[in-house]
Design a protein around this ligand. Structure first.
Ligand SMILES: NC(=O)c1ccc[n+]([C@@H]2O[C@H](COP(=O)([O-])OP(=O)(O)OC[C@H]3O[C@@H](n4cnc5c(N)ncnc54)[C@H](O)[C@@H]3O)[C@@H](O)[C@H]2O)c1
Length: 319
């Protein structure tokens, strides 16, 4: 049975904890969070907590940890946890600069630490099927992808850190749209040749953007178009359309529709429905720890997605 430490007990830390405790291979879950109110809410339902993650690491015999803290803390906390030589499930975005990511990769590989990154859509059943269909050339060669992360997020109700440049680094693209950029990079597998990005503040007067539009050009001539926004009320759309030479795929976490031009064109709706990608992600991490497997999303894999993200922001500098 694994003893797990969860560092950061905010929105996603609670999700990690919930899925660890329902995993049959997990014994104790212990929580570290500097915020007293969050520790109290964890203690109320029976968890042992620490104010400092370092005290938790020094005092408990942990087999693995999840890092679920604000973006600006990821580098420092991850490097410190690596000193304890235990596997890490690190929330996205892994860090806030290319240099920080290189540091994490260098130390992780030098000390042979297993680090998995929580690019959660890779654990969605429908997204995994889409990846397989694209790899199997069911839609021929990919020409054009449209990726959307449109979900209203009230920045006025957010924890302060999510709206500041220093602590969040970026807004809707860095925090949410990254899931879609990750899926695009994963589905395409091609080298990025150029990008164009347009960060906007359409509704919230914050240091980080509430909307991000962009394009990503790939080496084989294919292109992806991005629409990310936190101001879109009423119609939440988190998914992709992938148009190929022989068909198309429309995918979100609820369903996948494949359009194929065989002898007779047809729409196919595989019998696959919504999956709990957060649960699948935790179960995969536990499996990797117990059976010493390579995680599906390593730091090197996440680095490719982060490169696209940094290129998108850089392309907009000086606009
Ligand atoms: N994979 C996903 O689908 C998904 C979804 C939501 C958030 N996230 C990511 O998870 C991370 C956290 O986001 P959130 O929405 O849970 O934020 P949050 O503000 O709700 O929670 C962050 C928690 O970290 C704690 N914290 C801050 N510094 C700490 C430290 N040094 N040690 C321990 N705890 C510390 C805070 O007190 C807070 O409780 C971010 O990287 C975010 O992008 C991922």
């Amino acid at each position: 049975m694994l003893n797990i430490g969860v560092i950061g007990y905010g929105f996603i830390g609670k999700v990690h904890v919930q899925h660890y405790i329902s995993n049959e291979n997990v014994g104790k879950v212990i929580i570290a969070d500097p915020l007293e109110v969050n520790r109290k809410s964890a203690e109320k339902i029976g968890f042992k907590t620490y104010e400092s993650f370092e005290d938790m690491l020094n005092s408990e015999k942990l087999d693995a940890v999840s890092i679920c803290t604000p973006h600006y803390t990821h580098r420092d906390i991850t490097l410190r946890v690596m000193d304890f030589k235990i596997p890490i499930l690190l929330e996205k975005p892994v860090a806030t600069s290319r240099e920080e990511i290189r540091e994490l990769i260098e130390k992780g590989e030098r000390l042979n630490i297993k680090v998995m990154v929580a690019h959660s859509l890779r654990f969605s059943d429908t997204f995994r099927l889409a990846k397989r269909l694209i790899e199997d050339k069911e839609i021929g060669n990919v020409l054009f992808i449209i990726g959307k992360y449109l979900a209203f997020k009230d920045y006025n109700q957010y924890p302060k850190w999510k709206t500041t440049k220093k602590e969040a680094w970026g807004g809707t693209l860095f925090r949410d749209g990254i899931h879609i950029v990750d899926a695009i990079v994963w589905f395409s597998g091609k080298r990025i040749t150029s990008v164009k990005g347009l960060p906007l503040n359409l509704l919230f007067d914050t240091e980080v953007e509430d909307t991000f539009l962009g394009t990503i050009n790939f080496q084989d001539g294919s292109i992806a178009q991005l629409s990310m926004s936190s101001i879109t009320k009423g119609f939440e759309q988190i998914g992709l359309e992938v148009y190929g030479t022989k068909g198309s795929i429309k995918v979100n976490n609820d369903e996948l529709i494949l359009y194929k031009e065989d002898d007779t064109p047809k729409y196919i709706k595989p019998a696959i429905g919504a999956s709990d990608f957060w649960k699948n992600q935790i179960d995969h991490f536990v499996d990797c720890v117990i059976n010493n497997k390579e995680p599906l999303v390593t730091l090197r894999e996440a680095e490719k997605t982060m490169e696209a993200i940094f290129m998108l922001y850089e392309s907009a500098e000086g606009l």
